[in-house]
Write a protein that binds this ligand. Structure first.
Ligand code: SF4
Length: 301
């Protein structure tokens, strides 16, 4: 059984038990039983840095009657307590916007946030407005859309535009908030950091015990939980790189992309053909607004 060292953070489903000192991002699977979540919370205790869950796992979802929080939610709430160093991330799916907003307003976890996947731009705007209205923190997932058919290609741009221009914005929308910080103040954070995929620092364990260094790459695992740390960590340098030299060698578009500094080829790392144009349009907007802000400061406006 692998024992991860204390300097790494491992995302693990609540029905798999890991020993060791690593920080834990505990994932609650869709069909998790309250008993298994209670056992995981007890086992990992203070090691838990965040709990990730699908909204579907928390809702007794009935479109006509709205949100019915389950026993699971109470268990998670009790497990997190009021410790501000720990957070809850809820991955929204296809729930109604009214249901999401009601849920967010009812359960204001001290450090809770929402992850939204690409959808159509109108739904994205309405979700951001609803969650912003209850001061919920939001991040737009950079992973592939689960429902590509529902995406109109402009949802990411709509989210960036909302973050930059909506007069009622109350809390950050990631990753645009982080990218704006990188552009305005410098620093080395990139999309891998915002997505908890720091190479050699973040690991993901799948439901069948395979280990990868990105949630997107579980089909090319580094090993499994039966392996030792040395076996896993030794594979990191062999996994797909995302430095400029690698992309230059591959003659990838990434090497010449103006957003490489904070994207670092994130979208094409595991799929050279992935279309990242919707994200590039959003990055263009953030970069343009940062430049405009800097110029206004110079001009004393
Ligand atoms: S935005 Fe696309 S082209 Fe640019 S660095 Fe990222 S993945 Fe590469």
């Amino acid at each position: 059984m692998i024992v991860f060292p204390s300097f790494v953070t491992v995302s693990v489903p609540s029905d798999i038990t890991l020993d060791g000192d690593s920080s834990i991002i505990l994932r609650i699977p869709r069909k998790a039983s309250p008993e298994s979540v209670t056992a995981a919370l007890t086992h990992y205790g203070k090691r838990i840095r965040r709990i990730d869950t699908l909204a579907d796992a928390l809702f007794d979802f009935d479109a006509d009657r709205g949100v019915l929080p389950t026993e699971l939610l109470s268990i998670i709430e009790a497990g997190l307590g009021v410790d501000r160093s720990r957070a809850l991330l809820i991955r929204a799916g296809t729930q109604s916007i009214a249901a999401l907003a009601e849920f967010a307003a009812t359960y204001s976890f001290p450090t809770g946030s929402w992850e939204l996947r690409e959808s159509d731009s109108e739904r994205m705007r309405r979700m951001l407005t609803a969650l912003g209205g209850v001061r919920a923190k939001v991040r737009v997932a950079a992973g592939p859309s689960e429902d590509a058919a529902a995406s109109d290609g402009d949802a990411v741009l709509a989210a960036a535009d909302f973050y930059l221009h909506d007069p009622f914005l109350a809390t950050p929308v990631e990753p645009f908030h982080g990218i704006l910080g990188v552009l305005a103040r410098g620093g080395k954070a990139d999309l891998h950091v915002f997505q908890d995929e720091r190479r050699g620092m973040n690991y993901f364990v799948s439901g069948n015990g395979l280990i990868s260094d990105a949630a997107r790459s579980l089909q090319t695992p580094l090993g499994c939980i039966g392996d030792g740390w040395d076996a896993i960590s030794g594979h990191v340098s062999n996994s797909p790189g995302f430095d400029a030299v690698t992309f230059m060698a591959l003659r990838s578009e990434c090497a010449f992309c103006p957003h490489f500094r904070f994207c670092v080829g994130y979208f094409r790392e595991y799929d050279q053909d992935r279309d990242c144009s919707s994200w590039r349009r959003a990055f263009d907007l953030v970069a343009r607004e940062t430049n405009r802000g800097a110029k206004d400061l110079e001009d004393g406006n």
